[in-house]
Every structure is written in C-alpha cells, then in structure tokens.
Design a protein around this ligand. Structure first.
Ligand code: CO
Ligand code: CO
Length: 365
C-alpha cells in the first residue's frame, strides 16, 4: 500500500466512524498530504473529494490535467474546461453524495464553498480541520526523515552565517544570505519569510527583516527554516555582536533553562499545555513572566504552524510522532529580545530534538 492509499484509508475510516458523507479538500497542505499534489488556490476550482467508501474524485481544470496525471497519487477524474466552467463536472461528482455532513478544507476559497453549498442545499457543512489534524499530527518515519533533513539544513545555514562578520549588513542582507545557504544545501526554499531582528527590533517577536544595519553591541535574533519534500524546519538562535553585557548573558541563561525544562518535560500522554507551563514556570520564577508574551510552541509539518499548539488551555495529550517547536523568548520593548527555538519529535522515552546546532548565546563580529 502506498503512503497515499494508507492515508486515504485512514481518512475514510474516520469519515465512516463519524457519519460524514464527503470530505472536500482544496489546494494547500491538506491536498499535498492526501493527494500528493498541490498548487496555489487560484481562480479555477481544483478540488479533491474523499467519499466514505470507494475511489476519490479529483476535479481539475484542464490546464492542470497533465500535471495532476503525472504527479498526483490519484488520477484527475473530472477535468473541466475554461469554456464550460466547473459546475457540470461538480454536479457529476456530487451525484454520488450519500447525504449528511460535508467536511470542507478550512482554506477553501469562498467561491468554491458557495458553489458547493448551492449544489448541496441539504448538506451540513463543517470545517475539516479537526479530522485533518488527527490524520496529520503524528508523523510517519518518511515524514520525519524529510523533517530531519530540513532541520539539518537550517542548522548548517546558521553555522555558516554565524561564522561571518555581520556588522554593517542590513537585516535583509542577512536573511538573503541564510536563504542562499539553505538553497545551496538542497532546500526547496525558505519555509516562511525569514526573521532577522537586530538591536531594538529584536524586542518585536514578529519583526521580519528590514533595512536596518546591524551594529556592534546589537542583539540579533535569527528565526528561519526551509522546506524539504514539502516539510518545514523552523529554528531560532540569538547572536550578539561583540561582548554581551552581563544582563543579556543572565537573561539568556533564563530562556535557555526554560527551553531545556520544557523539552525535558515532553513525553507521550502529557497534555500539550504542560510543556508551555514548564517553560513559563522557569521564566516566571526568574521574575520575567510579563516579558514572555507568546505561546511556547506550535506543531509543524507540511505547514509551519499546525496542530498541536503548545499553549495554556490545550489539554491534548502528546503522542509519539508529534512534532512541534519549543521556543520561549523574553522581550524588553525599545531594548532587545532573546529567543531560542528547536523542533522536537515526541518519542517513546521523551523528546528528540531535530535541531542540533549549539544553543549558546553566540558572540560574533
Ligand atoms: Co521560528
Ligand atoms: Co516557530
């Protein structure tokens, strides 16, 4: 059985168990996961239909038909032409609909959903995310192998960049250099817009990268990752240009201890929020609770941010094969911020870090 047949059979098992009549997937990570093909969600309807039993249907615009035929795990069963529009093909697919609930991809373009609603006026439409998350959260050995490669490439890019003098470069130039290192090492591209936050910008957890020039004395946060076979990596390391002041050193030890404590807490069966509490506890004890202004982590896989979220209120028990970030940070507005982030996978005994480059506060030129 191929990966995709196995995924289809698990999806159909859940559809039957929950009395769902149809699962409809639009372009994005879910389509890549279930059908082995994706594209940008564009103006033309490209939809993958999973019934509770039997073969899936693939509604494909004519100009994608050859690509889907070649690359997807399932054939394009319903090809529609620009001169016709998708309606007739869609009606043909929906003729087999047994009634009941329809689960739709949360990222489905509204125009596609509106058409589905028009053609199935009796159906109850629900988001597919709760079902998709059950399928995607635990990674298979093949998925983990892609994630390990993506993490190793990010680790190496960090080692390469932190060995160079950064003083005088703009944040954007450093971001570009990180991306080039990852491409050279075989990545498909950056997994998300690379964050390079220098000086006071480092106090803004979601500062991207701008034209500010990095100067001696700056704290610099690098937060980046790449894709390998569609799977993402995501790492954060903090650098200092020159000798860090004692206060920066001490605070860095706090987030490092918080991250270690959180990673050590990970084990199967532990509610996700306990990992957040472990990190937060260390930072609160040091007196900086108010400076840790975001959740401790997020799941990662085909999407950079996916379930499980490592956040207070998420009681979902961790399971072997789940992958997520552990990324505590502290921020002092107008001054600087510090963060460290690794991706871990839940194992039988605890957690294995996919990122392995040094976590110490790196002093560079
Ligand atoms: Co990150
Ligand atoms: Co992250």
């Amino acid at each position: 059985m191929s990966h995709f047949e196995e995924r289809l059979s698990r999806a159909q098992g859940l559809l039957v168990a929950e009395g769902v009549g149809l699962l409809v997937i639009s372009p994005g990570a879910n389509m890549r996961y279930l059908a082995g093909f994706t594209d940008e969600a564009g103006e033309r309807a490209l939809l993958f239909f999973v019934p509770p039993e039997g073969e899936p249907a693939f509604l494909v615009p004519e100009l994608y038909a050859a690509q889907v035929e070649k690359r997807a795990a399932f054939p394009p069963t319903h090809v529609w032409r620009d001169s016709q529009g998708p309606r007739a093909a869609l009606e043909d697919i929906l003729r087999a609909f047994p009634g009941g609930k329809v689960l739709v991809d949360d990222a489905m373009p509204a125009k596609d959903l509106l058409l589905l609603e028009e053609l199935l006026p009796q159906a109850a439409f629900r988001p597919a995310s709760p079902l998709m998350r059950r399928l995607r959260m635990r990674k298979s050995p093949e998925e983990l192998s892609a994630m390990r490669r993506a993490a190793a490439i990010a680790d190496r890019a960090f080692q390469a960049i932190s060995a160079r003098p950064l003083s005088g470069l703009t944040e954007l130039e450093v971001a570009k250099a990180l991306e080039e290192e990852m491409l050279k090492a075989g990545a498909e591209g950056a997994a998300f817009e690379i964050l390079v936050a220098s000086g006071p910008n480092s106090a803004l957890p979601h500062h991207r990268a701008g034209r500010r020039r990095i100067e001696p004395g700056d704290v610099v946060i690098l937060d980046f990752g790449c894709r390998v076979d569609g799977y993402c990596s995501d790492i954060t390391r903090t650098l200092v240009l020159g000798e860090p002041p004692a206060r920066v050193r001490e605070l860095y030890e706090v987030i490092l201890a918080a991250q270690r404590k959180a990673v050590e807490a990970v084990r199967p069966g532990l509610p996700a929020q306990e990992v957040d509490r472990a990190a937060r506890g260390v930072i609160a004890q040091a007196g900086y609770a108010d400076h840790f202004t975001h959740r401790t982590g997020h799941g990662i896989g085909l999407d950079v941010h996916e379930e499980p979220y490592i956040v207070e209120g998420n009681t979902l028990p961790l399971e072997e094969g789940m992958t997520f970030s552990v990324e505590p940070g502290i921020y002092f507005p107008g001054e600087f911020g510090l963060r460290v982030e690794d991706i871990v996978v839940v194992t039988e005994e605890g957690a294995e870090s996919l990122n392995n480059c040094p976590r110490t506060l790196r002093c560079v030129g």
